[in-house]
Design a protein around this ligand. Structure first.
Ligand SMILES: [Zn+2]
Length: 1016
């Protein structure tokens, strides 16, 4: 290593001595790589009026020792038609590492499909030789607890900010990996004043590709587009990563995907002062600030820093004649689910660019709508039409902007470091001086294993979690939420600690059957509910003001707020209030995670909690299941969580039945929905599953005398379309995580004779786009578009472990034949579960004519948390385990469902044969879950306006069709690994696919599975 380094330096000196002098001031005395520079200039379109390059990037410095991308890959980034695979991009950066002492490559881990993600650090030799020391300095500033004023001053003077650039998280946004290779070279070898200033003051870290699986696929799809002559990138990228497509950038809160996990591990390794994510969609260069409303947990300093960096770039690039560099508009800055939010919520700066795409690696003439080219207050230098735009233009814009930003951070190094440590100090101080001082997650709660997952998520976000060492009392912050039953002083009284409430108790005061149509609230036209005007992240106004005393028990988990990484905890446990007159939201407006996951947590209002006895949790929290008692039969209460609901799948070799009503055994009461498990001969599958899943089983010697049905674990098919796979990808991810096996099939295959014969349950998740496209697919124009592995497209097709799918032609949809096959499948006794937009399909096709999907005019219910009511009248296994009548669910705008009420002319008419009347009622769909019928009780967290159109509408409907059922979810039960509280609704439907029951006739003796009264 030492040998090669000195050789390299010698070669560098030699190169500088013998090559001709550079032409521009930027290059100083260094020679340019003339062949490469010539290509840059040829590849950049010119225009008499506008500039599309800067003096930062219109040349490439020469180096005898360090290879250019041209030398290693055979082309100059920005060459039309050329995009590199991940393997080649990483190979280039390894060559850079090998050749330059200023460059070091780190692995960030691998993707779901085993492709490597790298982080490449670049700085001066003197910095690189002490890289670990510099990392440690940033780590110390990131957590300044106990840092003396002297040390703080010394560190701010000495440390070098890490500026982490990440490319192509969004695979069709192809330019950034190409740009970053050239930037890496430039920063490593350029001896100009700018590069030297950056290298001396900033540690630039480059991750050329964040979505490595999608990158290889988009290079394939680009090549295939060319081959098929359908237009660049017009082979749609149906799969990006294994599970998510564009939503790979919506995982920043829950860190469920490998991509996000790798990123956050890298974040805590580097402690970057800036994280800069490179996107490609908006002309020509949008540099992020956003319209607001900004997430309330973003420190005012970081908001100012976004603007400072953005205006620096706008000014520098505008002065150089580049059109279309702007900020403010485009996105809001509210939901912290982007990768860059990890930086913003950890006292760093998270920012992004949107540059204009060249569609793969092409050129086109810019033709934008007037809305994109008009001058506005926030876009005084708008994009222009009629000019030529090429991949090299995109690269020039991105690279020039990034160099401006790097230089600005280099020139203001100490200020950015001062801000960096100040944000951490402010976070700590806030937790010492203002409520909440801590969050408590009770260890003993109904869904303790789910609570442990939440605790572990906080740990993954870098928050320290403590465990209460003894019992004590604290003042709880005012109830943030009056109705869901999870928050506030009343929560434990609502049975959170008590899993033994009997169905008899629950049904004792069960509400009478309610028709959603009949009980739409009258006169609730005003939307000025008490919570709609409350600011986010604050106790909801109108909630009880007087803090209540609350017991903390030894073993309870505590997240103290007097530590630097608490912003994520705050936002995940806050109630969001997005105002209806705020700019249109860019993504979700509410995500309060303890609500979505049906976990109990509360805020502590008195600072004395910080002095209470507690000890750090040093490993991930885990709730061990247990089995007590003895005997051959195992009774397992259903807790309304996914761990309970998957027991039939996980109890290998055992026979699982479910109690249809409440019963007592061994002196204890058990509600309907309790599992009755009988082990197979010599097996322990039931007991093992109970332990693994963190459940509680009670072994008894005799089978309880209670009506029950055996669970036949269904043969499940997960149906995907070729329109998009991202939404089913989240469902697929959840099923994989929970250990629910399925066969993965395409909607094109539905019509194949006999295809559905071997399944009992079809899960057909939400598909974005228009309803009719499910039937019709894509336009049958031009050639067939295969999604298959081939010599040209080695990364398309089924992928490793055959995890994905393939087809000869992605264009056809399921067709009317596919829809007919779905219907036949249900008629002969199958269960079809639809979700979100796919629920429109059986409604529009009239599978069950008593269901409709009413349209709304004024409703704004954008990606938020709403209160739903279990319909006490509608006995259904879907509600097994749900102990409350009212609980939060995720919903996004549509579809709302409705079921034709009972008192139609047909059933009222006394001349109708009673048998016909009964048959009519048997085929009537049933509302399982509806949105709260009171408009002022509907919203838990997020944006709601026009709630009168939503109140009382159905959220989950069980629609009998022939011998089977369609279970229509208007809500999204498996939303982005956030909505664990509703997972069991879908799993219960699946497990009980052949015992979904029928409406109780008259006053049914059947036990209700839901609690009585309005849950509080
Ligand atoms: Zn993007």
């Amino acid at each position: 290593m030492q040998m090669t380094r000195s050789l390299r330096l010698a070669a560098l000196a030699l190169a500088a001595a013998v090559l001709p002098r550079a032409a521009t001031a930027q290059q100083g005395q260094q020679a340019a790589d003339t062949a490469y520079t010539r290509q840059i200039r040829e590849l950049t379109p010119t225009d008499p009026q506008w500039k599309f390059s800067t003096e930062f990037v219109d040349y490439l410095p020469a180096s005898a020792a360090v290879p250019t991308p041209l030398k290693v890959l055979g082309y100059v980034p920005g060459t039309v038609g050329r995009l590199s695979y991940v393997g080649d991009i990483n190979r280039y950066f390894r060559a850079l590492d090998d050749a330059s002492t200023r460059v070091r490559l780190f692995s960030l881990g691998t993707s779901d499909e085993g492709r490597e993600k790298v982080a490449v650090a670049i700085a001066d030799d003197s910095v690189m030789q002490r890289l670990d020391e510099y990392r440690a300095m940033l780590g110390r500033l990131a957590d300044p607890r106990g840092l003396s004023a002297d040390d703080r001053r010394r560190l701010v003077r000495a440390a070098k900010p890490v500026y982490w650039l990440t490319g192509s998280i969004h695979s069709p946004e192809t330019g950034s990996p190409e740009m970053l290779m050239e930037l890496g070279y430039r920063l490593a070898v350029d001896e100009g004043e700018q590069a030297r200033a950056i290298r001396a003051n900033v540690i630039t870290v480059i991750t050329p590709v964040l979505e490595v699986d999608g990158r290889d696929r988009v290079v394939d799809s680009y090549k295939l587009s060319k081959e098929l002559k359908v237009g660049p990138l017009n082979v749609p990228l149906v799969y990006w990563g294994r599970y998510t497509a564009h939503d790979n950038n919506r995982d920043g809160m829950v860190l469920s995907q490998k991509l996000t996990q790798n990123y956050s591990r890298g974040f805590f390794y580097w402690h970057p002062v800036v994280g800069h994510d490179l996107h490609e969609s908006v002309p020509f260069l949008y540099t992020s600030t956003g319209t607001g409303p900004y997430n309330e947990e973003f420190d005012p300093i970081v908001v100012n820093e976004w603007h400072q960096l953005a205006y620096q770039e706008i000014n520098e690039l505008t002065r150089r004649g580049l059109p279309g560099v702007w900020t403010h508009g485009f996105y809001d800055g509210w939901a912290p689910n982007y990768v860059l939010a990890i930086a913003n919520l950890h006292n760093s700066i998270g920012r992004f660019y949107e540059t204009y795409t060249s569609m793969g690696a092409d050129c086109h003439t810019v033709r934008l709508p007037a809305s994109a080219t008009e001058r506005r207050w926030d876009r005084t230098n708008p994009p222009v039409n009629g000019v030529r735009w090429c991949i090299r233009t995109n690269i020039n814009y991105q690279q020039s902007g990034v160099l401006v930003a790097l230089r600005h951070v280099a020139d203001n190094r100490e200020m950015f470091l001062e801000n960096f440590v100040a944000k951490a100090e402010r976070m700590i101080r806030r937790g010492q001086t203002t409520a909440p001082y801590a969050y408590v997650i009770p260890r003993t709660q109904r869904r303790a294993a789910e609570a442990a997952d939440l605790v572990n998520l906080f740990r993954a976000h870098g928050a320290e979690v403590q465990v209460a060492a003894q019992d004590f009392a604290v003042r709880e912050a005012g109830m943030r939420d009056a109705g869901s039953g999870m928050r506030g002083a009343g929560a434990s009284a609502a049975g959170q600690r008590d899993s033994t409430i009997t169905a008899a108790q629950r049904t004792a005061s069960a509400a009478p059957p309610i028709s959603p149509e009949a009980t739409r609230p009258a006169g609730t036209t005003s939307d000025s509910t008490r919570r709609d005007t409350a600011p986010a992240s604050r106790p909801a106004q109108g909630a009880p003001a007087a803090p209540a005393s609350r017991a903390v028990h030894a073993g309870d988990w505590i997240v103290r707020m007097d530590q630097p990484y608490t912003a994520t905890v705050r936002t995940l446990l806050s109630v969001q209030r997005y105002k209806p007159d705020d700019p249109s939201p860019y993504d979700d407006t509410g995500w309060t995670l303890d609500e979505l996951r049906h976990v109990e947590a509360f805020e502590v209002a008195d600072s004395s909690v910080l002095a209470r006895p507690m000890s750090p949790l040093t490993a991930d929290a885990r709730v061990e299941g247990r089995v007590t008692g003895s005997g051959a039969t195992l009774l397992v209460r259903h807790l309304g969580d996914w761990r309970s609901a998957v027991l039939p799948w996980r109890a290998r070799g055992a026979t699982v039945a479910v109690a249809e009503s409440s019963f007592t055994a061994g002196g204890a009461s058990y509600p309907a929905g309790t599992f009755i498990v009988t082990e197979g001969k010599g097996g322990n599958g039931g007991r093992d599953a109970v332990r693994d899943l963190g459940l509680e089983g009670v072994a008894v010697s005799a089978l309880p005398a209670v009506a029950r049905h055996a669970i036949t674990v269904p043969r499940v098919a997960l149906v995907h379309s070729w329109i998009e796979t991202q939404n089913e990808g989240w469902v697929r991810y959840a099923l994989d995580q929970m250990g629910v096996p399925y066969t993965y099939i395409s909607d094109q295959s539905l019509k194949q004779p006999g295809r559905l014969d071997r399944f009992d349950v079809l899960v057909f998740p939400h598909v974005g786009g228009f309803g009719s496209s499910l039937l019709n697919g894509r336009p049958m124009i031009g050639p067939a578009i295969p999604w298959k592995k081939s010599a040209l497209t080695p990364n398309l097709g089924r992928g490793p472990q055959k995890a994905l799918d393939e087809t000869d032609d992605i264009r056809p949809g399921m067709g009317l034949e596919g829809a007919a096959a779905l219907r036949r499948f249900v008629e002969r006794g199958g269960l079809l579960i639809t979700e979100g937009a796919t629920s429109r399909l059986p409604v529009d096709l009239g599978f069950n004519p008593t269901v409709s999907a009413p349209q709304t005019q004024r409703l704004q219910a954008r990606g938020a948390v709403f209160r739903a009511q279990a319909m006490a009248a509608a006995w259904s296994p879907v509600l097994y385990g749900y102990e409350r009548t009212t609980f939060p669910v995720y919903f996004n705008q549509a579809p709302l469902l409705a079921v034709q009420p009972r008192d139609t002319a047909n059933t009222r008419d006394e001349h109708v044969d009673p048998a016909i009347r009964e048959q009519t009622e048997r085929m009537r769909a049933r509302v399982i879950l509806r949105f709260h019928q009171r408009q002022d009780s509907l919203l838990v967290s997020g944006l709601l306006a026009g709630g009168d159109e939503m109140a009382g509408r159905a959220a989950v409907v069980d629609a009998p069709v022939g011998n089977g059922h369609v279970m229509l979810f208007g809500i999204r039960p498996f939303w982005r690994w956030q909505s664990q509280g509703s997972f069991a609704l879908a799993l219960n439907a699946m497990a009980n696919w052949n015992n979904l029951g029928s409406p109780p006739s008259g006053s049914s003796g059947r036990a209700s599975a839901v609690a009585a009264g309005e849950g509080r």
